[in-house]
Design a protein around this ligand. Structure first.
Ligand SMILES: Nc1ncnc2c1ncn2[C@@H]1O[C@H](COP(=O)(O)OP(=O)(O)OP(=O)(O)O)[C@@H](O)[C@H]1O
Length: 595
């Protein structure tokens, strides 16, 4: 029962009262089905097909007395009418219950989607550094669908269990001995099928793993399609893909083989048991023919249910690894939770930046078990509304420093103070409300320029949009686009040049009117014109907000108030641009010289 409990708990939590209404209607449907079968006996008696002594059969004897008051010519009609009414009500209820089941399933999957997506969004940056992005995609698509499939099976199992339970009560009423015999056989059969269940769980784990590898691989391939095409890596990737495809095919076929084998064995054993049961009833227990016929009728309807119980169970067990990995992700997200989306808006307004940002003896390493620090004893101050440039070779620690400053990650030692107030895990997410960050690989949606801008400030006016575009030196190229602000810029802004993309994202960042603007300058070769435009944009913004620029092209930071030079995670030079360029033996002037 262990795998079913988490499903049921979760369903109880999400669906609540409706789940019990559903179970109640299942009981009524099953009872009606039982009643319809009950009616068959007097019907067969009336039409003279079967001459049964119904005396010892409970309820039927009572029904027979009722029939005695009806004229003989009408008896068959009454029985048939009752039969039609019962079956129609049952079919109607069955239909509403199927709809109800689908509603429950959709409600459940929706709630899982919302819960998972929110949990992921509310997590801190460390979780995203630790895990593959594609794993999140996989979780939101495949695993949730798998878990939802598990819900269908759990509901199916619930229906079958209730149905079987009620039929067993009917059967017990008819004959305790015969029913006990069948039940013992059923239990033996269930014990026998444990081997299949174990195999199903193992295969379920394999399927989960393969599906995760598939989504991750395919997502990564398409993200890197330009590299694949330009470096003729197609064959290499196709080989990987076909190997995985073959493994998936084999595993799914194995799973279907397991299911059909277990169903086959189950059927054969069931038939043997039914034959044995009839033999025992007639020869040993000397059952009444009418009684025996009813029990046989009920159990021939029950056995297929037993088979469905077994296959639903196998199905649930195979989706359980997906449920476990989803629950695992929820636990990880809960541990990494840094904000509450519903209350985030209130926190944003509280951050101020009127004096300075002060970093004191910051230490950070990505792996606490490794001795290497990405940042080592880093201290500096940034005055409000000044411009600071962070420079250094690749891997020097520039991005790490920015991630600390914008509160994406926490220092292992040391502290960051904004206007004298230390950044803590409580106020770290809210600082980001005061910051706009333009990354090296800026993200634009497959939408119009206007929609991409309005995404951050939905109520911005036309004038504000053009002002932001002017400040970021993008107004010229946007006005030349075929539909101006309403031009669709393609997937991730593919229809724009690298420089245009970055300036458009800069416009979006400016539109938020942030207190601090962080610009991670694009490393990809931007032409001289773009470089000048970025420099122009920075000059225009200088003094209006605090600017922090990771500079790869030193020309853009000529007007910086302060330059911080990093090397192997340590600050090796720090000061005004001019002062550092005059220190001819310093790293900065060497960097300037090398262009
Ligand atoms: N997610 C990570 N996990 C482990 N180590 C990391 C991670 N990100 C960065 N590092 C390591 O931390 C160090 C600093 O990296 P960082 O990205 O801050 O450098 P950078 O100066 O921004 O480099 P670049 O100019 O190439 O972007 C490097 O040695 C890098 O290998």
């Amino acid at each position: 029962m262990a795998p079913l409990l988490p499903y049921l708990k979760k369903m109880h939590h999400v669906v609540g009262f409706k789940l019990y209404v559903n179970f109640f209607s299942m009981m009524i449907i099953s009872s009606l089905e039982g009643a319809a079968i009950y009616l068959l006996i007097p019907m067969l008696g009336v039409i003279g097909v079967l001459s049964v002594d119904v005396g010892p059969i409970p309820l039927i004897a009572w029904m027979n007395q009722g029939f005695a008051h009806i004229p003989e010519t009408l008896q068959l009609l009454v029985i048939l009418l009752s039969f039609i009414v019962i079956v129609t009500i049952q079919a109607f209820l069955q239909r509403s219950q199927t709809i109800q089941n689908s509603k429950i399933q959709q409600m459940f999957i929706k709630s899982l989607r919302f819960e998972t997506y929110r949990a992921i969004l509310q997590s801190n940056w460390s979780l995203f550094v630790k895990k593959r992005r594609a794993d999140f995609t996989h979780m939101m698509t495949h695993e949730i669908a798998n878990v939802s499939q598990g819900t269908v099976s759990a509901l199916g199992l619930g229906t079958n269990l209730v149905f079987t339970g009620i039929q067993i009560v009917f059967a017990l009423w008819l004959s305790v001995k015969l029913t006990l015999f069948v039940l013992v056989s059923g239990i033996l059969l269930a014990l026998f099928s444990r081997k299949f269940i174990r195999k199903a769980k193992h295969l379920g784990e394999n399927i989960t793993l393969l599906a995760r590898t598939y989504t991750a691989g395919v997502t990564e391939h398409f993200n890197g399609i330009k590299d694949i095409k330009s470096n003729t890596l197609e064959e290499h990737h196709y080989t990987w893909f076909t190997r995985l495809g073959n493994k998936m095919e084999a595993t799914y076929v194995q799973f279907s083989r397991l299911q059909t084998t277990s169903q086959f064995v189950y059927r054969v054993v069931s038939t043997l048991l039914i034959a044995m049961f009839i033999w025992v009833s007639i020869k040993l227990l000397r059952a009444e023919p009418g009684q025996l016929m009813l029990v046989i009728l009920i159990f021939t309807r029950l056995w297929p249910r037993f088979t469905s119980i077994q296959s639903s169970w196998q199905q649930i067990v195979s989706t359980f690894p997906a449920f476990e990995s989803l629950s695992g992700l929820h636990r990880e997200c809960a541990d990494a939770k840094e904000l509450d989306i519903d209350r985030h808006g209130q926190a944003v307004t509280t951050v101020r930046m009127e004096q300075s940002i002060e970093c004191r003896h910051l230490f950070y390493r990505y792996d606490p078990h490794e001795p290497v620090y990405a940042l080592h004893d880093v201290s500096f101050q940034i005055v409000a509304n000044s411009m600071t440039a962070v420079v250094g070779k690749s891997g020097a620690g520039k991005s790490t420093l920015i991630d600390l400053l914008i509160g994406l990650i926490e220092p292992e030692r040391g502290e960051i103070r904004i206007d004298g107030i230390p950044l803590t895990s409580a106020n770290r997410p809210s600082i980001r409300g005061a910051i706009s960050y333009v990354s090296q690989d800026p993200f634009l949606f497959h939408a119009t320029v206007r929609e991409n801008l309005l995404m951050v400030v939905p109520g911005a006016t036309e004038e504000e949009l053009w002002e932001a575009l002017r400040f970021s030196a993008s107004d010229e190229f946007v006005s030349k686009l075929p539909q101006g602000l309403d031009t669709v810029i393609g997937d991730r802004g593919i229809k724009l040049s690298g420089g245009e993309r970055q300036r458009l994202v800069l416009a979006r960042a400016i539109l938020r009117k942030p207190l601090i603007l962080v610009l991670d300058e694009a490393t990809s070769a931007l032409d001289h014109e773009n470089e000048t435009k970025i420099q122009e944009a920075l000059d225009r913004l200088k003094g209006k907000m605090t600017l922090i620029v990771i500079a790869h092209r030193l020309s853009t930071i000529r007007n910086a108030d302060q330059v911080i030079v990093l090397e192997n995670g340590r600050i090796i030079q720090q000061g005004e641009y001019q002062k550092l360029s005059d220190e001819t033996r310093g790293t900065f002037s060497k960097m300037l010289a090398s262009g």
